[in-house]
Write a protein that binds this ligand. Structure first.
Ligand code: ATP
Ligand code: MG
Length: 470
């Protein structure tokens, strides 16, 4: 029942509202019918009083009281409602009194007591009657005329109508409830299908998609939204798998190299001390590179998990770049590349983690030096562009081809896998630099011409001096 509980709740609410509506309708219909029936009766009674008055107007002067009584008796049986009426004068003398009213001893008011015409329902000899009393003046004399109509037919009709409502309304309600439940179940069925289809999709078969019915309704949107979510999940899972595969590959190669170097050195026991030293040197260098790769990997993993602490504080970018340039100078010297730094006295204040910024600048200088030929030139400079501080690192190296440009920030991506490997690069430097730029709400731009060199620009928003950042 859990799965269909929305359908059930919908149907229940719908039935409740419908039941209330039908109840209100039934009561209103019954009262409406009663009002219109009584209205018809009352109109007829009023007409009959008019008839009596007309008759008396014509006859009163010519006839005696007993003659009038006879006339009344003769005429009244012909009119509608039979002879159910009584007439009396101010002295309480009866001009006419029909037998049933006399037997029932129905009281009448004298003309002077009856202030205004009056309708009432009374029971005479167990039969319900509708009465109408009115004061009339004939030939200067006031009389009270009271006419009556049997009500039993109207009451029977009303009872029949009430009975019909009492039986028909629950039947109608039951049909509507069943219909409502069926409809809501039908409307929600696709939700169940979507749910079971979604259940089948797991990390193993993330490429599968939910069927999308082309109905243009919310359910189509639900399937589409879920499919989009699966696409995003799929691409991030693919990214994670790729990252793990690349990372193990990156680590396997240097470890294999260390191992073979050590094995070769150990196998041949009649080696010179110098050969052992050379082997150890190789092992050391490769281990250093490996631990650098491991450190980069851990940094990126922590960045992905948003656990890498970035503590931003107002710092002078010029100082930070000066420190990075000193380290870059050493790198350049070891590779016989000329290096120059153009850093203004500053300060250029940015809100940043100085250590992270230094690291990003060093990644750019390291690349510029690494991908330059000996004798090439690398320059680092700091400037301002609009509201940003810009660190530019330019080289006269090999450059990057336009096809490669979109990929250089991807993890483990290298233009020339074999050659970069010999330089010790794992293809992680620019990913880390891009992440650092991002967390500082900055960016990295590249301009490059193959064979002529590249310019990398790191942009970081300048700290607004008037509104200090929190
Ligand atoms: N200044 C540059 N000149 C030419 N190619 C570059 C330059 N900077 C980056 N590249 C290309 O972009 C690739 C990615 O650079 P990245 O810094 O991410 O990795 P890496 O330098 O190969 O390795 P790592 O920085 O992890 O030691 C490089 O392998 C290189 O092909
Ligand atoms: Mg690099």
């Amino acid at each position: 029942l859990k799965r269909t509980s929305i359908g059930f709740r919908l149907a229940a609410w719908y039935s409740l509202v419908l039941a209330a509506g039908l109840a209100v309708f039934s009561v209103a219909a019954w009262f409406g019918m009663r009002a219109s029936l009584f209205h018809a009766y009352d109109d007829e009674l009023r007409d009959r009083v008019k008839g009596v008055q007309k008759f008396m107007d014509m006859q009163i002067s010519a006839l005696s009281v007993s003659e009038i009584r006879d006339e009344f008796r003769e005429h009244s049986v012909l009119g509608p409602g039979g002879d159910l009426f009584q007439v009396c004068n101010e002295q309480g003398e009866w001009l006419y009194r029909s037998v049933p009213l006399e037997n029932g001893n129905v009281p009448i008011e004298k003309p002077s007591q009856l202030e205004s015409p009056r309708f009432e329902t009374l029971s005479v000899a167990g039969r319900p009657l509708r009465f109408y009393s009115q004061r009339i003046v004939v030939d200067g004399q006031p009389y009270t005329v009271q006419v009556a109509s049997p009500l039993h037919e109207a009451l029977e009709a009303m009872n029949a109508f009430a009975l019909m409502l009492v039986f028909a309304v629950p039947v109608l309600l039951a049909i509507a409830m069943a219909g409502g439940y069926w409809l809501s179940k039908r409307a929600l069925d696709p939700v169940g299908q979507i749910a079971s289809a979604a259940q089948r999709i797991s990390i193993e078969n993330l490429a599968e998609r939910l069927p999308v019915a082309n109905t243009g309704d919310q359910l189509q949107r639900l399937s589409q939204t879920l499919n989009q979510m699966f696409s995003r999940l799929e691409s991030s899972v693919r990214g994670i798998k790729q990252f793990t595969a690349d990372a193990s590959h990156e680590l396997r190669a240097p470890i294999a190299l260390i191992r073979t170097t050590a094995e070769v050195a150990v196998q041949n026991r009649k080696r010179e001390a110098g050969e052992y030293l050379a082997a150890l040197d190789d092992v050391l260098a490769e281990s250093e590179r490996t631990s650098q790769v491991v450190e980069s990997l851990m940094l990126l993993a922590r960045a992905d998990a948003e656990k890498e602490p970035i503590e931003r504080a107002p710092v002078d970018l010029c100082n930070t770049v000066r420190v990075a340039a000193e380290q870059g100078e050493k790198l350049a010297r070891s590779r016989h590349v000329q290096f120059s730094a153009h850093v203004p006295p500053g300060p250029l204040r940015i809100c940043a983690d100085a250590e992270a910024i230094r690291r990003a600048v060093l990644v750019l200088i390291d690349n510029a030096v690494k991908y330059s030929n000996p004798g090439g030139h690398v320059s680092a400079s700091v400037g301002v562009d609009g509201t940003d501080a810009v660190v530019s690192v330019a080289d006269t190296g090999m450059g990057i081809s336009p096809e490669d440009l979109p990929h250089i920030f991807d993890r483990f991506w290298r233009a020339d896998k074999a050659r970069s490997r010999s330089h010790g690069g794992a293809g992680l430097g620019l990913s880390i630099a891009r992440w650092i730029a991002d967390v500082h709400r900055g960016s990295i731009e590249v301009e490059s011409t193959v064979g002529q060199g590249s310019v990398f620009r790191l942009r970081i928003p300048l700290l607004n001096q008037t509104i200090p950042e929190p």
